[in-house]
Design a protein around this ligand. Structure first.
Ligand SMILES: C[S@@+](CC[C@H](N)C(=O)[O-])C[C@H]1O[C@@H](n2cnc3c(N)ncnc32)[C@H](O)[C@@H]1O
Length: 271
């Protein structure tokens, strides 16, 4: 694989000065999403890093990570390092620069985690929401640190993503026979050609971007707070459900102060 380090089987690195990070997918909201591999990984940790994000929902997200850790290690014994997560700059028109600044700040934070907060030969854990390989920047940051020469090795433990949580709860095969699936963001959905949407999962929305497609012949399978006690599911013809779901999003956001939702847009197959 060009530009990427070769990934070996998950064994301890040879040099003791190398710090090992386990990037552990903890699932999309329920501690019961933890895989046995994730539980084993959590049990190996000397130190765990929590990123405390400012803003709505932060307490719930940190609490979910703590619950996952407690489920795997009820006896405790892991050193915790809690750091303020750098804030994204949401200024309109400066999207790319905002992302670059945010990445630099996260890089500095992770450098500190590895070089200051971990001892030689220690194993640290980053608990990533859902699956670490889906819409998450952690792996890129770790690759950047390694490229800088930081003595670090990492392994990835896959997790149940919001996509799997959504399709399981709707009892819906993600793909249909002989048809591709797409996974995208609300931002990109806005630029998509509506007639090209056949089977598309949308993440990172929260603002009901599907409303712009309400005139299309599409079905929607929507879920918010999947895997948690507050889970909400709605499914049906988009034209019939778009307003109902949009109102639900606002009501739930008002109730919790934040929302995380994922949905599948699917064009019915001709009879
Ligand atoms: C930054 S992405 C992280 C995705 C994550 N790595 C995964 O594998 O699901 C955050 C987005 O994931 C989706 N998401 C994550 N957890 C969710 C949940 N419990 N219920 C609904 N959507 C969720 C939402 O679309 C949210 O905007």
């Amino acid at each position: 694989m060009e530009g990427k380090r070769k990934v070996d089987a998950p064994t301890a690195p040879a040099e003791s000065s190398v710090r090992t990070l386990l990037v552990i997918g903890i699932g999309a909201g329920s501690p019961e999403h933890l895989t046995l591999q994730a539980v084993d990984a959590l049990r190996r940790l000397d130190v765990v890093f929590f990123l405390d994000k400012a803003g709505p929902g932060k307490d719930a997200l940190v609490a979910a990570r703590r619950a996952a850790l407690a489920r795997a290690r009820p006896e405790g014994g892991v050193r915790e390092v809690v750091a303020e997560s750098p804030e994204r700059d949401w200024e309109p028109g400066a999207y790319r620069q905002g992302i670059a600044r945010w990445r630099d700040a996260r890089l500095a934070l992770f450098r500190r985690f590895v070089t200051r907060d971990m001892g030689e030969g220690e194993v640290g854990g980053l608990l990533v929401w859902g699956d670490p390989c889906l819409y998450d920047g952690t792996l890129q940051i770790l690759d950047d640190l390694i490229a800088e020469g930081v003595p670090l090795d990492y392994q990835v433990i896959p997790g149940i993503s919001a996509v799997q949580a959504l399709t399981a709860r709707h009892r819906l095969p993600l793909n249909r026979i002989g048809e591709p699936i797409a996974i995208t963001t609300a931002r990109q959905l806005a630029d998509a050609e509506p007639s090209q949407i056949h089977n598309t999962v949308v993440m990172l929305d929260g603002r009901a971007a599907f409303r712009a497609l309400a005139q299309e012949d599409l079905e929607i399978y929507w879920g918010a707070y999947l895997g948690t006690q507050d889970e909400v599911l709605v499914a049906g013809r988009l034209a019939d459900k778009a307003e109902e779901i949009a109102e639900r999003i606002e009501a739930e956001r008002a109730r919790h102060g934040w929302i995380m939702d994922t949905y599948l847009l699917r064009r019915p197959k001709p009879a």
